[in-house]
Design a protein. Structure first.
Length: 446
């Protein structure tokens, strides 16, 4: 009989893992089980719709990115796993109200994450919506099409994205954030003024330092109340707080961390040698820091799925790490962040930072802002933030590679680059920025 691998979850992590295993190992049976019928949906695709990048939510599919056509892969959608029975290596599944057992040789858990708040009362209201899954987005669109006044709770990457998208549709948006700044986990304050200025000219009201505690339904909408004593009215509320791992199925089966991420070794193996966890269920070590960091990103899902496939095929691969690379287009600006912010980095060691700004060229009015953070002692790159009205997102990939390789400001300052005047002048700006940082750290300039 063929060896059987069951994968719970057919999103980016599960699909990537199944596709790669099927490529590397021919004599194997792979079963993908997903509770959603629309498992192919790219999370938060509603932004694409509101920005006129697509015409229908069905067009936002991960299969167009990944593909998963292989005779060794069997997909069981609209099928819920209700229990993992590790003692006899079976799972209990339910489909169309019928329950059955299915055995496995190896079980791969890729159930992803969910948007949920444990401290806001009233979030079960039908007027409180999220946008991650296809069904969530369909429900959200139906409500948003009927109403104009919207509250978005959380001004991180998810909240900023949906608030910007709604503003393009002319919605009246109130954006409420518990911190004293937007996107505080990814961005330092000195990189925010251009974005805040652009936001101020939109139909978004920003409320900082307000921690939402409750949502109360009234006849024509909701009242959102904060710990600070403020109340806000809207017709719909979007919950855009941090994602949490969907690990409840694994409680009592394998060991979990206090934040409910699954404990895995470098081969993504749990405390049960026949059960593995990937994607949004796990935290990865931050590059060059002996510390795990939970960041449910698509790139982590894809890489962890593929890394596990190599291990199951007997192929050695490097240990997975993360540099926490994020990028977005909001309020007319391309924004990217990777690694640690200056505020975070200063918790661990002495650092030097440099904020560079310049016009892109004499031919353009657009500007570019770059912020680089390095170790004061070694010059090793610890973090970077990028901002421009021109697309600078590819530079984030280059910097992520530099960070993974432990490169220093001195090395980067003398790295070769393509100079293409009038076409792509971002490399020369990065050269000047990292050179100025190196000179600042070495005390070569005032």
């Amino acid at each position: 009989m063929k060896e059987r691998i069951i994968i719970i979850g057919a999103s980016f992590a599960g699909l990537s893992c199944a596709k790669k295993i099927a490529q590397l190992r021919k004599n194997i049976e792979i079963i993908l089980v997903d509770s959603e019928e629309e498992h192919y949906y790219v999370p938060n695709g509603l932004n694409w719709l509101y920005r006129n990048q697509i015409d229908d939510l069905n067009q936002v599919t991960m299969t167009s990115f990944l593909g998963c056509h292989n005779s060794n892969i069997k997909l069981m959608d609209n099928t819920k796993v209700t229990a993992i029975n590790s003692s006899d290596k079976t799972i209990t599944i339910r489909k169309n109200k019928a329950t059955s057992l299915m055995s496995y040789d190896y079980l791969i858990c890729a159930q992803g994450s969910r948007t949920e708040s444990f401290y806001i009362k009233g979030t079960k209201s039908e007027k409180v919506i999220t946008t991650k899954t296809f069904k969530d987005s369909q429900k959200a669109k139906a409500l948003l099409d009927q109403h104009e006044k919207v509250i978005v709770v959380g001004a991180g990457p998810i909240g900023l994205d949906i608030a910007y998208s709604l503003s393009l549709k002319g919605k009246e948006v109130q954006l409420i954030e518990a911190s004293d700044q937007i996107d505080f986990k990814q961005t330092d304050k000195d990189m925010l003024p251009p974005v805040l200025e652009a936001m101020s000219s939109s139909n978004i009201s920003l409320h900082l330092g307000q921690r939402v505690e409750s949502v109360e339904e009234i006849d024509d909408g909701i009242i959102v109340s904060t710990r600070q004593g403020q109340s806000y009215y809207a017709q719909v509320m979007i919950l855009a707080v941090n994602f949490r791992p969907n690990s409840s199925l694994l409680k009592g089966v394998v060991a979990l961390n206090p934040d409910q991420t699954v404990i895995v070794n470098e081969n993504l193996q749990t405390t049960d040698p026949f059960i593995f966890a990937i994607g949004d269920l796990i935290a990865l070590e931050m590059s060059h820091f002996n510390q795990n960091y939970y960041m449910p990103l698509i790139n982590v899902a894809i890489r962890s799925g593929e890394r596990l496939a190599y291990y199951l095929a007997g192929i050695e691969s490097p240990k997975l790490q993360t540099t926490r690379v994020l990028g977005a287009f909001q309020f007319g600006y391309y924004r990217a962040s990777l690694g640690l912010t200056q505020e975070e980095a200063e918790l661990y060691q002495d650092v030097v930072s440099y904020r560079y700004s310049s016009k892109l060229s004499i031919h353009q009015e657009h500007s570019i802002w770059l912020k680089l953070v390095v170790s004061k002692e070694t010059g090793q790159l610890l973090g970077a933030q990028l901002l421009s009205q021109q697309n600078i997102l590819l530079l984030a990939n280059q910097l992520a590679q530099a960070m993974n390789q432990g490169m220093t400001d001195q090395t980067l300052a003398f790295q070769d680059f393509l100079f293409s005047m009038g076409n792509d002048e971002i490399p020369i700006h990065f050269h000047y920025a990292v050179q100025a940082l190196y000179e600042k750290r070495m005390g070569l300039c005032k």
